[in-house]
Write a protein that binds this ligand. Structure first.
Ligand SMILES: Cc1cc2nc3c(=O)[nH]c(=O)nc-3n(C[C@H](O)[C@H](O)[C@H](O)COP(=O)(O)O)c2cc1C
Length: 333
């Protein structure tokens, strides 16, 4: 299986399955001289961890990371940083009764067809457990970005199409159903010049990063799809003396390069596939069947809630990589 690495200079490779012994990430290309502790990474991981907020899955992982390499006396050495996160709270037996069923909205159908084998325990490699590795790597990228005064910030904008959603979420959860949501990222202080045209335009890399997240279904920069319904005279961001542009419809890039305006983009997440309602499906042998999730199964009613720190981590990884790439783009800086 390929596709486990992301980034060009600041490059991560994640490994591990939801119910394996551990998951982890190797970060190659992180510069030396960054102060880094397991505690800082742990704090970031706790933002993503399930079982803490009321509207998230009840799986309770301590998510205590261990830095195995690349840090000496609390400082990155420039060598590969390897971070291990043990899996402690995984009960694989719950999945035995449904392992012969194709799960609507899940990856077991395509993994089985492609690889001929699927680790059904908690979704194996396709599980969002993997996103903990991205958050751990993102914690390192954030430290690097902080030294440039760059702080990506992700927030939950919508759940189920609503900006105020607590009651709706409870109602849907009570029905055993799920909701989708939208996460927005803003990066206020981004210098002009990050992003490598053409295939590595900033928005192209951000889109790849965001659409690599499980359950993500849409990405838009600035006004995004709304721009397609506007006129040029309405959409153009007009330049103003002494500042950059009057408006920021573009979302902070021009020609794939940051223009000094705040970076703004959104990611759409589909409703959680695992729902506590009977669903029509077929067995792996192709026979008609009904999927009824086993009692005690743990799922997020809206994955967008827990995706917030993951989206922020992926944004940090893209920006850290682009800063390093920018070092070999021009002799002007
Ligand atoms: C933070 C996060 C948590 C998730 N938790 C769940 C979950 O509890 N139950 C579920 O069915 N899917 C969950 N997902 C989504 C699935 O992992 C994903 O839908 C599935 O692997 C199929 O991949 P696809 O939706 O990208 O096609 C989560 C996704 C994210 C980003």
């Amino acid at each position: 299986m390929g596709g486990n690495s992301f980034g060009q200079i600041f490059k991560i490779t994640t490994w591990g399955e939801s119910h394996g012994k551990a998951i982890g990430v190797v970060i190659d290309g992180c510069p030396s001289g960054i102060e880094l502790s397991e505690e800082e990474i742990h704090l970031e991981l706790l933002k993503r961890a399930p079982g803490r907020a009321p509207d998230t899955s009840s799986r309770k992982e301590p998510d205590k990371p261990e830095i195995l390499s690349g840090v000496f006396q609390g400082i990155t050495t420039g060598t590969p940083i390897s971070i291990l996160i043990p899996n402690k709270d995984s009960d694989s037996s719950k999945y035995d009764s449904i392992k012969h069923l194709l799960r609507p909205g899940h990856a077991n159908f395509t993994y089985l067809k492609k690889y001929g084998i699927f680790d059904h325990r908690g979704g194996g490699r396709a599980s969002a457990r993997e996103t903990a590795c991205r958050v751990a790597a993102g914690a390192v990228a954030k430290k690097f970005l902080a030294s440039f005064g760059i702080f990506p910030k992700a927030t939950l904008k919508e759940v189920g199409g609503q900006t105020s959603y607590e009651d709706l979420l409870k109602e849907i959860q009570g029905e055993g159903d799920s909701l989708g949501g939208i996460v927005e990222v803003t990066v206020p202080m981004l210098p002009v010049g990050l992003g490598e045209p053409l295939y590595h335009k900033m928005e192209a890399l951000l889109a790849q990063a965001m659409l690599s997240l499980p359950a993500s279904k849409g990405f838009e920069m600035g006004l995004g799809f709304e721009a397609a319904r506007m006129r040029g005279s309405e959409h153009n961001d007009l330049f103003i003396p002494g500042e950059i542009t009057e408006t920021n419809h573009a979302g902070g890039t021009l020609g794939g390069i940051s223009n000094g305006m705040p970076l703004v983009f959104r990611v759409a997440f589909k409703p959680t596939s695992s729902i506590f309602k009977n669903q029509k499906t077929v067995t792996t042998a192709g026979e008609p069947a009904t999927l009824n999730l086993p009692e005690g199964s743990r799922h997020d009613p809206c994955v967008a809630i827990r995706a917030v720190p993951v989206v922020e981590a992926m944004a940090a990884l893209v920006l850290a990589d682009l800063i390093l790439l920018n070092r070999c783009s021009t002799i002007q800086f």
